[in-house]
Design a protein around this ligand. Structure first.
Ligand code: NZQ
Ligand code: ZN
Length: 383
């Protein structure tokens, strides 16, 4: 196992009707900006629950944070934070609203001239407005991690800072009932691939992390199809929601090598072609498994045996079957698994490679060996 420090102070309020808990958690004298997206929280009752909980607080709102939050929109919120003397941010929504609010929090206290540098130059974040969230879409893990992804035009970049980790997160599975089937499936697959990015590398004998990861993968494989068949089952929703948080709260990634190549290539597909985040991952991950088979051999066999219970056959046969099973799972969740499934052809490969190069993504993967040539092979395998 590799050395690590682990610290995740985000307080979790999990379960039905936990939104009421925010009343006591936000300081009474805070000047709050409630941030949200395109209005789903107005039609599913979440806005009302938040308003009721904050009835004795001083708060205003900022709406219109779009999926794959846009820098220009977020900078408008930064102006509001500064003009109104906001001291606390409450994000109410999915990963995009939480990520966008993390950027608002950091940009409002950024000392440099150009807040885009937080993403483009990875300028150090030295402070941020405290923030918390009411999560409405289980997927990203943003509710208790330090990462955020922001888009400017077609460039999608990430930053990390402990200053933007939510103080608390409310996870009420009931609020996920209003999600479309597509968003529910996206969430399951995003959480699955987060787990894989931290698990499917090379063995370092990290037994706790490996078995936690295998447990999360098995849960998602089991609950994913169930949530599509029985969308009103709150127990299934609960297990998916907690799996998604645990998949990217720092725990399973501690003390192990991490990959993230699928995400980096996927971000370019979203930036260039507007494909949903999770759907880009379903296209790229199987191709990474195929092209990086030798580097990942030990873990691929372990994944096949422990997650899919594939034990008969040679190592290569076992690995082939595990890749097939992974693709079949993604398909069962309604995902595209090839670029062509998303109406892209060979021409898109050159474009994506150029974008990866532009963003410095030329040594991806747990070994840093995914050069432009290797990324080309991945994209060709995904065609
Ligand atoms: O905007 P509203 O009206 O709220 O509608 C949203 C949006 O249209 C809707 N929605 C959310 N909760 C709902 C709901 N509709 C009905 N009922 C509800 N309860 O769902 C749509 C998609 O929301 P979005 O927040 O974009 O989805 P998701 O949570 O999948 O977030 C995706 C973003 O997170 C980033 C992605 O790159 C992408 O920008 N990621 C962030 C990560 C992190 N911070 O650690 C890691 C991830 O890998 C990911 O990259
Ligand atoms: Zn993701």
């Amino acid at each position: 196992m590799l050395n690590f420090t682990f610290h995740n102070p985000t307080q979790i309020f999990f379960g039905e009707d936990q939104i009421a808990a925010i009343a006591k958690q936000i300081p009474a004298d805070a000047k709050i900006l409630v941030t949200y997206g395109g209005g789903s929280i107005k039609s599913n009752g979440v806005y009302e629950q938040v308003s009721t909980a904050l009835k004795d607080h001083n708060w205003i709102e900022f709406s219109g944070i779009e999926p794959n939050p846009q820098f220009d929109t977020l900078m408008k919120a930064v102006d509001v934070v500064k003009a109104e003397g906001i001291t606390y941010l409450l994000a109410v929504g999915g990963g995009s609203v939480v990520d966008g609010t993390k950027f608002i929090a950091a940009a409002a206290r950024f000392e440099g001239d150009e807040p885009w540098d937080i993403l483009a130059k990875q300028a150090q974040v030295k402070d941020a407005v405290p923030l918390s969230c009411v999560l409405t879409l289980p997927a990203t893990g943003s509710e208790s991690n330090i990462g955020a992804v922001v888009t400017r035009d077609t460039t999608k970049l990430a930053f990390m800072s402990p200053f933007v980790r939510p103080v608390f997160a409310v996870l009420d599975p009931k609020v996920t009932l209003s999600l479309s089937e597509r968003q529910v499936a996206n969430g399951v697959v995003d959480a699955f691939v987060h787990t894989m990015e931290q698990y499917l590398t090379f063995p370092v004998n990290a037994k706790v992390q490996d078995r936690f990861s295998e447990g999360l993968l098995m849960n998602l494989i089991e609950e994913g199809p169930k949530v599509l068949a029985n969308p009103d089952d709150l127990e299934v929703r609960s297990n998916i929601m907690w799996s998604a948080t645990m998949a990217l709260n720092g725990l399973i990634g501690s003390g192990v090598p991490q990959d993230w190549s699928t995400h980096m290539i996927g971000h370019e597909l979203t930036g260039q072609y507007g494909i949903d985040h999770a759907r880009t991952l379903a296209i790229i991950l199987p191709a990474v498994m195929k092209v990086q088979r030798e580097q990942k051999r030990g873990k691929l066999v372990q994944y096949a045996q422990r997650v899919w219970n594939i034990v008969d056959g040679t190592e290569d046969e076992v690995i082939d079957q595990a890749i097939e099973k992974t693709e079949a799972f993604f398909k069962a969740m309604g995902m595209p698994v090839r670029l062509t499934d998303a109406d892209l052809d060979a021409e898109s490969i050159e474009n994506i490679l150029a974008q990866l190069e532009l963003h410095g993504m030329t040594s991806l993967g747990e070994h840093g060996d995914m050069t432009p040539e290797v990324n080309r092979k991945v994209l060709e395998a995904a065609l």
